[in-house]
Structures are given as C-alpha cells and as structure tokens.
Design a protein around this ligand. Structure first.
Ligand code: OVV
Length: 403
C-alpha cells in the first residue's frame, strides 16, 4: 500500500436539526476541510462533499457497494430496516438483471407514451391553482401542486387504484428517514410503519395493478423469464418507494427556487421552452435527495486518503451540486446555466432509473405554469418537513398572477 494522507476529522452531525434546516454552511465546512473527511459523530463514517470525490465514489461500484445499504447503517454489521431493495441495495449481477427490466419499462421510448397525459394533468392542475389563488388570495403550492401532481400521474402510470395513495407519501418519508440514524425523525415516521408497509406490500401484488401499467410490466418480465417471479413484487415496491416523494420534493423545490427568483421566473414565462432547463437547475440548486451512502468493499483510497473495508461513504449530492470547484457562482439559481453534470439523480450504474419520468414531470409542471402564470409571488413564510435524506417543504404559500 502506498502512503496515505492524514484524513481531516470534523465533529459535525449532518442530522442535527440546524443542519437539516439549513445544510449549506455545513456543506461548505466539510468541502473546505478536504476531499474526504471523517465525521466522528458516527462510527466509520467518511464524507465526500466535493463534486469530484462524490462523483468518483458513485462511479466506482466495485470498491463502493450498495448491497450493504445506501444509508448510514451498514447491513454487513446490522440488519436492514426493511427487506433490501433488489435494485437500490443490490450489486451486480443481481442488480444488473433487475435494473435492465426497470430501465426498459421507464425508457425514453416508453415515457413518450405518457407525455400527453402528464401534460394534460399538469395543465388542469395549474388551472385549478390559478383559480384557487384568485379566489383565496394565495395557495399552498405544496398541497395544491407539488404533492397532488406526482401522486396522480405516477401511480396512474404504475397502475395503482386511486384509493389510499397518501400511503405512498408516508412510506417515502419513512424509507428516506431510515437512511439516516435512528433519531426522532425516523421514530416519528415509523410510528405508522405496520399499516403503511402492509398497504404498500398489498399494492405490489399483481391483482392490484392495472394490466399494461408499469407495475404489471414487471410481472410480464417475470412471465418472460427475465427476472425471478419472486422478485416481481419487490421491484414494484421500488417504484412505490422511489417514485413519489422524490418528485414531490423535486417539484416543490423547483417552485421554491422560482418563487425566490422573480427574474428567473420572468425568463421562464417569456420562454416556456426553458422549463426543462429550469427544472434541471432546480435539481442542482436545491437538491431533493441530499445524500446517499456507499460501503467500502475492500481497503482502498479516495484522493489519496485511506478507506478501510466496511467504512461507510457519505456522498453529499447537494453539496457536490454547489461545489465552487465545479460550478461558477454555485449559489446562484440560473435557469439557462448548463446544469447537466449535477448528481442530484446520482451517477453510475445506480443513477436514477426513473429519471426520464421525473424530468418529464418537472418539465411539464413548470411549462404549464410558465404559460398560464405571468408572475408568482411569495405570499407568506414557507415551512419545512425535516427528513434525514430529503430536502422537503411542508408548506409554500404563493400567489399566482395569471396572464
Ligand atoms: C428510496 C429509494 C430510492 C431509490 C430506490 C428505492 C428506494 C428502492 O426501493 O428500490
């Protein structure tokens, strides 16, 4: 082994309330301390807060595995919070086979088929928001748009019945909290764990899934022998785990970004064709999924720093996305910036398999807004829903001034 650098240590708790409320000062401290930083509050934890190293860890699935969990906990040392995901918390070759099926179901070609419906629902929902804003003076953009939109279009595409979909938000909140420590946030969201998990697992069964939908297509792949039959319900669970809370917060954070930047909204309104790029820049600027972890499969190095087998690697996606070593003027929300290269949806073999659907949702919501609404104004203070992984708004009061 070649000589390694002395790894800086910081006594920072990424899950302290102040850091969840405002993570950006913490991001800067960790980035400036070094390319790899030991966070001493937790055992065997190394953080990569800069873009280069976070990207490098995510790109190296051989040394940095997912099968021991992509949260703080190491499944080699403690049992998982729920049965492991067969794609998120899996490594090749199991991951490869399952990923191929989900990737085909959510491919650009397949997603073209749902574009018209997703657009029509976005337009109708924006229209209702405008009417409500005119009638009441303002709307809560989370309750009126960021939550109901993904909660309608994605489960419809999966083929879920309309009843009980609020369980998807509760389940997402729990799964993303479970990637942090066993703190009060996890305890609170796990209070209703049994009924929510029961509902989710029941709705992963084929008889609950509309023939032809994304869920049923997983069962069709099992029929064709592409995946094991026993894996089908668990792969539907991945759709239900990852497909709603992520886009709810991606859209909520994009609305927040635009509300905070009236000049950027004015540019979007002038050219609704910028919707896709405005959403992309929002993913970079206010990253919904703040963190993912990997586990070192062997002793190795990152940027000359020693990593020991079973160390956990905290990849700080949101911090990487504002790393001044990578981005010019990183704290500025600029809808025409070339934001591609952000890692809000990860990168490498585990990069978001639903990203074509997620981007479609973000784009059509912002485009519908841009066409119908001349200005958006902040109508009161926003509130946050703290989560160990997600950057989430609870409420976002806005006034929509129509054209
Ligand atoms: C929370 C999350 C993200 C991505 C994938 C999954 C879950 C999964 O369950 O596969």
């Amino acid at each position: 082994m070649t000589e390694t650098l002395v790894t800086p240590e910081l006594d920072i708790d990424p899950y302290a309330e102040a850091n969840l409320i405002d993570p950006y000062p913490m991001h800067q401290r960790i980035r400036d301390a070094g390319p790899v930083v030991r966070l001493t509050r937790y055992p065997r934890l190394l953080a990569c807060a800069r873009h280069a190293e976070a990207h490098a860890v995510l790109s190296n699935h051989v040394d940095f595995i997912s099968g021991a969990g992509v949260g703080l906990s190491n499944f080699n040392l403690e049992p998982p919070f729920r049965p492991k995901s067969l794609i998120l918390e899996a490594d090749p070759p199991l991951h490869t086979q399952n990923r191929a099926v989900l990737s085909r179901i959510l491919s650009p070609k397949a997603v073209l088929q749902i574009r018209a419906t997703f657009t029509a629902v976005a337009e109708a929902m924006v229209e209702r928001c405008v009417a409500e804003s005119l009638a009441q003076g303002s709307i809560d953009a989370i309750a009126a748009l960021a939550q109901p939109y993904p909660l309608k279009v994605f489960p419809d595409a999966v083929g879920l019945e309309p009843e009980g979909r609020e369980n998807l938000l509760l389940y997402g909140d729990m799964v993303f909290n479970s990637m942090g420590p066993r703190n009060a946030l996890l305890a609170k969201s796990a209070e209703r764990m049994a009924p929510v998990t029961d509902w989710i697992m029941r709705h992963c069964q084929r008889d609950h899934l509309r023939p032809g939908g994304f869920g049923d297509q997983i069962y069709q792949a099992a029929d064709a022998g592409e995946i094991e039959a026993a894996h089908a319900p668990m792969l539907v669970r991945s759709f239900l785990s990852a497909g709603v809370d992520t886009t709810v917060n991606g859209i909520g954070n994009a609305l927040f970004a635009l509300a905070q930047h009236p000049q950027e909204y004015a540019r979007l309104h002038a050219d609704p064709g910028l919707a896709r790029s405005a959403f992309e820049e929002a993913l970079r600027w206010e990253t919904a999924t703040q963190t993912f972890f990997r586990t070192a499969a062997r002793d190795c190095q990152i940027a000359g720093h020693a990593v020991a087998e079973n160390d956990k690697l905290l990849c700080m996606l949101a911090s990487a996305n504002r790393d001044p070593r990578r981005w010019t003027d990183p704290d500025r929300y600029d809808i025409t910036r070339r934001a591609s290269g952000h890692i809000a949806m990860g990168t490498g073999i585990h990069g978001c398999v639903g990203q074509v659907v997620a981007r479609l949702e973000g784009e059509v919501v912002l485009a519908a807004l841009a066409r119908r609404v001349a200005r958006i104004e902040v109508a009161g203070p926003h509130t946050r829903r703290l989560n160990n992984t997600l950057r989430a708004l609870q409420t976002l009061p806005l006034r929509l001034i129509p054209v």
